[in-house]
Design a binder for this molecule. Structure first.
Ligand code: IMP
Ligand code: MG
Length: 189
């Protein structure tokens, strides 16, 4: 697996530092903006890509929270460009009064976060904020609102720390690019 790596874009130490910073920022904002001594939030991780990020993040968030996972697929199989987002998980019908933090691995076309945000608001969420580990420096991603962004990265297909290619490489500890021959014939975006 390691031999498939072209380049380490963000190493595990940098990720750990940034996740700590994001947690402190998020906790401070929610404490300031929401009522109560220990604010209560609903955390919505978008699976499967945010799995590892969210596990690290929530353990540093001293807030009362419930996790409501959703699964959104947008890169089926070996595709490396978005083919339209589709919610596969189930969200509770009623989220009225809940302050939601959506967590995803990467902001690319923006289809996923737009779809999830719309669904959450439809179910009555009082507020919806978003936290993305990565954002690609491409117009579609830069134009999309995100409350918290871990890292801005060049327009490359990346894997590791939860992100996959054809379901693999999620368990790499760093965010990396893959060698061209692994990504297949001219498929990479
Ligand atoms: P969007 O809907 O195009 O913004 O893309 C968001 C989803 O596409 C993310 O949650 C990822 O699952 C997937 N994705 C986008 N870019 C990459 C990438 O470079 N590597 C792996 N997955 C990606
Ligand atoms: Mg995803």
């Amino acid at each position: 697996m390691q031999q498939h790596v072209e380049r380490v874009l963000i190493d595990r130490e940098a990720i750990a530092r940034r996740v700590g910073e994001l947690a402190r920022e998020i906790a401070a904002d929610f404490r300031r903006e929401l009522p109560g001594d220990v604010p209560e939030i609903t955390l919505v991780p978008i699976l499967t890509g945010s799995l590892i990020f969210v596990a690290d993040l929530v353990r540093q968030l001293p807030l009362m929270m419930r996790l409501r996972m959703v699964t959104v697929s947008s890169y089926p199989g070996q595709a490396t460009s978005s083919e339209g987002a589709k919610i596969e998980g189930r969200l509770p019908e009623d989220l009225s009064g809940q302050h939601v933090l959506v967590v995803d691995d990467i902001l690319d076309s923006g289809n996923t976060i737009r779809l999830v945000r719309a669904e959450l608001l439809k179910r009555g969420a009082a507020s919806v904020r978003s936290c993305m580990l990565l954002r690609k420096q491409i117009p579609s991603a830069m134009a999309e609102h995100a409350d918290y962004v871990g890292f801005e990265i060049p327009d490359a297909f990346v894997v590791g720390y939860g992100l996959d290619y054809d379901g693999y490489y999620r368990n790499l500890a760093d965010v990396v690019t893959l060698k061209a021959d692994i990504l297949g014939e001219g498929e990479a975006t």
